[in-house]
Design a protein around this ligand. Structure first.
Ligand code: GN1
Ligand code: MG
Length: 366
């Protein structure tokens, strides 16, 4: 047993006695551990939060707490179980929502929700439909949360901000990789204008600002054993931005027939059946509050977020791999190429994506 994580866990208000603390999952950003307790006490999730990315962490934890408290109230009012249908943050023994260790690293704990199922991929339209409902429901639960959230990730899905970083990284070219990725750079440059035009609509509030999750991979949703969505987790990136980020990022993740880092890009394409199924579930939950402009740009948001991910992986590769954890030397380049293949597939199917949304929305409204 890893004594240091056990000692860290000891600084939180846990019920029961710790049996074991073991590493969990494969996040690119935080380090995650499972705290197993003895007997009937709940188990917990312990995370070292990445302060180089989320800053400041105490504000991030406040954001998460605001969202969780709001969702719990609503779940309770609807007769649900707030301990299962919302995340529960466990404070440290001093009452703070985090523990700062001797190396100035931040740790946080939440309650583990048992008897749930998490998926690594949306293999069937049924699952994608349920996932769409889950994200839609999350957005509708927080749609009336009026308390402001602190922006702990400035410029996260803001492509104008990303282009500033991009320019700096290209100018610096710190590890000399620029010359080997001339083609990949041209993928970014050739699409700049349309991406900036879209973000301009967010900036000037043509597309409204709302609370969004910003990391809507399917493994951030817990399903119950019947296959229904129980709870959306991993709230580190909750921000006031556009809900289109969530739709777009989900489509980037759910519809991919290959892996995010597939070495064989022929495996990668956008699965239209998954796109349609997710969109149905999502729209059924959100139609009551989405504006016509948001609906108009849903299909585009899939291209936008996928493009942004190509840019972020490529930028990190050129920068010498400082942001994403990598497993081998050119991992970020492999990711870049695989995500670009997905982008091409979305571009090829864009017309059908748009038409589907329009038709489905018209049907829901009738
Ligand atoms: C990161 O750590 P993880 O896997 O939840 C990243 C997302 C990317 C994703 C790519 C804060 O999320 O934005 O889309 O990797 N999170 C942050 O898989 O940068
Ligand atoms: Mg995450």
């Amino acid at each position: 047993m890893n004594t240091s994580t056990v000692a860290i866990a000891g600084n939180f208000k846990l019920e029961g006695e710790i049996k074991e603390v073991r590493p969990l999952g494969e996040g690119f950003i935080n380090d995650t551990f499972f705290i197993e307790t003895k007997g009937v006490a709940p188990d917990y999730i312990l995370q070292r939060k990445n302060k180089r990315i989320f800053s400041p962490i105490p504000d991030m934890m406040d954001n998460i707490q605001k969202v969780c408290t709001h969702i719990k109230k609503k779940v309770l009012a609807q007769g649900g179980d707030p301990l299962r249908e919302a995340m529960t943050i466990i404070p440290a023994t001093d009452g703070k929502l985090y523990f700062l260790d001797a190396e100035e690293e931040y740790w946080a704990v939440c309650r583990f929700i048992n008897d749930t199922v998490a998926y690594e991929a949306a293999d069937t339209p049924e699952l994608a439909y349920a996932g769409g409902k889950g994200i839609g429901k999350f957005q509708s639960l927080v749609a009336d949360l009026k308390e402001p959230l602190t922006n702990i990730l400035p410029g996260f899905h803001d492509i104008a901000y990303r282009f500033k970083q991009w320019k700096e990284v290209l100018a610096k070219n710190p590890v000399g990789r620029k010359k080997e990725v001339a083609e990949e750079i041209s993928w970014i440059e050739s699409r700049k204008t349309e991406m900036l035009e879209f973000w301009q609509l967010v900036e000037n509030r043509t597309i409204p600002t709302r609370i969004s999750h910003n990391d809507t991979k399917i493994n951030n949703i817990l399903f119950d054993k019947k296959g229904d969505v129980l709870c959306v987790i991993d709230l580190d990136t909750v921000l006031s931005s556009t809900v289109l980020n969530d739709f777009g990022d989900a489509m980037r993740f759910y519809t991919n027939t290959g892996l995010e880092d597939d070495k064989n890009t022929d495996n990668v394409s956008m699965d239209m059946a998954i796109f349609k199924a997710f969109s149905k579930g999502y729209l059924e939950e959100t139609i009551s509050f989405l504006t016509p402009r948001e609906i108009e740009f849903l299909a585009f948001s899939a291209r936008y977020i996928t493009y942004e991910q190509v840019l972020r992986f490529l930028m990190d590769y050129i920068d010498g791999d400082n942001y994403y954890k990598i497993k081998y030397a050119n991992h970020n380049l492999v990711r870049t190429r695989a995500q670009y293949r997905l982008l091409l597939s979305m571009e090829a199917q864009y017309k059908e994506m748009k038409e589907f949304i329009t038709t489905y929305v018209a049907g829901l409204r009738n």
